[in-house]
Design a protein around this ligand. Structure first.
Ligand code: SF4
Ligand code: SF4
Length: 236
């Protein structure tokens, strides 16, 4: 119903499902029906998404945000015709980019997995409301996006510190944490979407979760070594 609701994950899913182009038609700035800044959120999110597409080698022209309201029928028809022509010129996804379909699929999958991390890392900028909507076109720089990818974190549970309380496992949104009562918990790095919830939720008295940036994640300890041997409490 509102362009401000269109998440970057929706756009990536459309491309992953075979779309060669995605257009979002949004009410004009200042004319949002729902909240004052819905269309500002849309232009902000879509400019970031365009930079991300560019970073993974997809032509950002394949994603367009257009101001056109429901009452502007002629403009809508012209807009769609123009966008369709642009996409026809670019050809099927990957052809203009010089990438095979399988490679595009993998790149889109990898980027989709990073959406939670990207939205958290860029949260402050995504909430910024610029007075001049044109300024969003240069709001995100290529250097900044490169840096974003250099700083992709991994989360690791230190087997020496984990006390198997299970808090992180219960709170992980994608069930990426394996563990049980009295067993050291392990993060499945393939499933992890890098949201950082485990780091935030591990009780401070254990502080077993570490955020790693730019260094490899230690391999998980073997299953037969995960049992936690608790020391008996001393009696007074
Ligand atoms: S960062 Fe932690 S909570 Fe978030 S997905 Fe990864 S393992 Fe789960
Ligand atoms: S919250 Fe911390 S102590 Fe509890 S299971 Fe997870 S890593 Fe281990």
């Amino acid at each position: 119903m509102c362009g401000g609701r269109v998440d970057m994950a929706f756009v990536l899913r459309a491309f992953s499902d075979g779309a060669d182009g995605v257009i979002i038609c949004n009410c004009w700035p200042g004319e949002c029906h729902y909240v004052p800044e819905g269309n500002y959120n849309a232009v902000n999110m879509m400019n970031l998404t365009r930079k991300l597409l560019d970073h993974i080698g997809i032509n950002p022209e394949r994603l367009r945000l257009q101001w056109v309201t429901a009452s502007e029928g002629i403009q809508f028809a012209d807009t769609v015709t123009d966008f369709t022509n642009t996409i026809k010129e670019l050809g099927p996804l990957g052809s203009n980019e010089g990438l095979e379909a399988d490679e595009i699929k993998v790149r889109l999958q990898n980027l989709t997995k990073l959406v939670p991390y990207i939205k958290i890392a860029k949260r402050d900028k995504l909430l910024r409301h610029l007075e001049n909507v044109e300024e969003y076109s240069t709001f995100y720089t290529s250097e900044e996006i490169d840096q974003l990818f250099k700083e992709i974190p991994s989360y690791y549970i230190d087997p020496e510190k984990c006390q198997a309380c299970g808090t992180c496992r219960r709170r992980c949104p994608v069930e990426a944490i394996d563990g049980d009562k009295n067993l050291v918990h392990i993060i499945d790095q393939e499933k992890c979407i890098k949201c950082g919830t485990c780091l935030a939720s591990c009780p401070p008295r254990f502080s077993a979760v570490t955020k790693l940036v730019g260094e490899p994640v230690p391999p998980p300890i073997p299953e037969d070594k995960r049992k936690i041997i608790r020391k008996p409490k001393k009696k007074d």
